[in-house]
Design a protein around this ligand. Structure first.
Ligand code: ZN
Length: 243
């Protein structure tokens, strides 16, 4: 079976439509939170996730929209974008967001979460030291996460070493039985690893290979929609920078 893994779409429907073409023939889709926030088309992105019957978990931006997480947790631009997003979501989309679980633990013997297994909507796994603590805090062998917008993996090898692997230009990772994995497939709608291309992954469960792919999409269209919507301008520029 092949599973598409998407995270941090962030209301960027231009990027999502492009990724959607790539995952058309894939059996299952998992969305690892932050469908909304920052981008100008949150409703379209939520409806895509619903239509795809994707398995999805709650992100910190969803949690802010439903009031579960205080806006004071966010930087001023993100908070402003969240207020805008709340005003532009239908009650249908809000209800869907409210129904999302924090963690999925009963699918393909893996853990699926936005931030980290020990702090599902808050913690950023952005350094091997953090990854090691997370490995020690929970007995999973394979965990897919998002939140940092960096396409990368942390592998706890049999020797005890934690290796960090970057997927800035995409790449493949074979899942070995005696190692443990924390895999971030990158962000569809707001990559921050200096590569502005949309990022996502395909997990081939038979071959036990995760392939992170980076694809071009119409960034100027997504930026223009942000500029026209009244959202903070920086949110448009950062798409071009991939930061
Ligand atoms: Zn995010």
């Amino acid at each position: 079976m092949k599973v598409a893994i998407l995270a941090d779409i962030h209301g960027n429907f231009d990027a999502l439509e492009r990724v959607s073409e790539e995952v058309e023939k894939v059996e299952d889709v998992v969305v690892l939170g932050d469908i909304i926030g920052y981008g100008a088309e949150p409703e379209e992105c939520v409806r895509w996730v619903v239509k795809k019957k994707a398995k999805a978990v709650l992100g910190n931006h969803e949690a802010a929209c439903t009031g579960e997480l205080s806006l004071s947790w966010f930087n001023p631009r993100a908070a402003k974008a969240l207020l805008w997003t709340q005003e532009h979501l239908s009650s249908f989309a809000i209800r869907f967001i409210q129904s999302l679980p924090l963690v999925i633990s009963d699918f393909l013997q893996a853990l699926w979460v936005h931030g980290s297994p020990r702090q599902p909507i808050e913690e950023y796994i952005d350094h091997p030291f953090v990854a090691r603590e997370v490995f020690e805090s929970s007995p999973f062998s394979l965990c897919f996460f998002g939140h940092t917008h960096q396409a990368e993996a942390y592998v706890l090898e049999k020797s005890g070493r934690v290796e960090r692997i970057s997927f800035r230009e995409g790449g493949k990772l074979g899942i070995l039985p005696d190692s443990r994995y924390l895999i971030n497939c990158g962000s569809v709608g707001q990559p921050r690893d200096d590569n502005p291309q949309a990022s996502f992954a395909i997990f081939d469960t038979e071959k036990k290979v995760v392939e992170v792919k980076r694809v071009d999409y119409d960034i100027s269209s997504a930026s223009l929609k942000i500029l026209r919507s009244g959202l903070p301008e920086y949110l448009a520029y950062r798409l071009e920078l991939g930061r």
